[in-house]
Design a binder for this molecule. Structure first.
Ligand code: CA
Length: 254
């Protein structure tokens, strides 16, 4: 098997390797950042068998350089790396690229999962995971990326949200939004005029299907309100519906 040939450290101790079967149009390239060579080998084999082109890195800093350089379609990131904290690496990646990142966490720890999602992860898998499960997550994040790619900018009153450029403007001024704030705003504008529950927002924006802490949603909604120039007491775009959720509307004065 080709991928296995290029495994292990070379004489120059270059840790990054690349499966050489690549550059076929339409094939998904996946960068796997994982310091355990057995896990890396198994993941690479499983994904390659499923038609992906896989490259691997066993340290965070090598991975950072290679991801920026090679621009893979998806990154699978182990949080426990030898040289740099996986969360720190995720933040560094987010500063330079919007590449979808699936975090592999060792424990099913809700706090850790929320921290990684807040830091910009798109999905997570809990170790040990199967190649089949990882492949399903990869297809899910790519589907979401492609869906958001074809969406036209949405305009509501003085607010315009463009999911392709990930830019939102309010009365012509670009809003300075974090990744999660943008995702939250985008979800609300695509459901404009409808009450959206916090549970749905947790599922859609934070991928918390089991009903995570709604406080996370409240905090981000309040930041978003600030940036929209309104408050819960005098709402314009964001109307809270007590006990139900929140609705994005065209303000009466717009
Ligand atoms: Ca590890």
């Amino acid at each position: 098997m080709r991928a296995a040939d290029s495994f292990g450290l070379g004489a120059d101790r270059r840790i990054f390797w690349r499966y050489a079967g690549g550059s076929v149009v339409g094939v998904t390239t996946v960068a796997v950042v994982e310091d355990d060579p057995n896990i890396l080998a198994a993941v690479a084999r499983g994904l390659t068998e499923r038609g992906h082109v896989v490259s691997g890195a066993s340290s965070g800093l090598v991975a950072l350089g290679e991801i920026v350089d090679q621009r893979p379609d998806v990154v699978v990131l182990d949080l426990g790396l030898p040289d740099i904290d996986g969360l720190e690496l995720l933040r560094m990646l987010r500063a330079v690229t919007n590449v979808p990142v699936i975090v592999a966490t060792a424990r099913d720890d809700e706090g850790e999962i929320i921290r990684t999602l807040d830091a910009g992860a798109d999905e997570y898998v809990v170790k040990p995971y199967s190649a089949e499960q990882l492949d399903a997550r990869i297809r899910a994040v790519l589907r979401r990326v492609r869906e958001s790619d074809v969406d036209e900018p949405v305009q509501v009153g003085g607010l315009t949200v463009d999911s392709r450029s990930r830019v939102a403007t309010i009365d012509g001024q670009v809003m300075d939004l974090s990744r999660k704030e943008f995702d939250l705003l985008w979800h609300l504008v695509t459901r404009r005029g409808e009450v959206v529950s916090k549970r749905e927002l947790l599922a859609a924006v934070w991928r918390q299907s089991y009903g995570g802490p709604e406080k996370t949603v409240d905090v981000h909604l309040s930041w978003l309100r600030n940036k929209l120039g309104e408050s819960a007491r005098s709402p314009r775009y964001l109307r809270s519906v007590r006990g139900v959720g929140v609705m994005l509307v065209e303000p009466d004065d717009a």
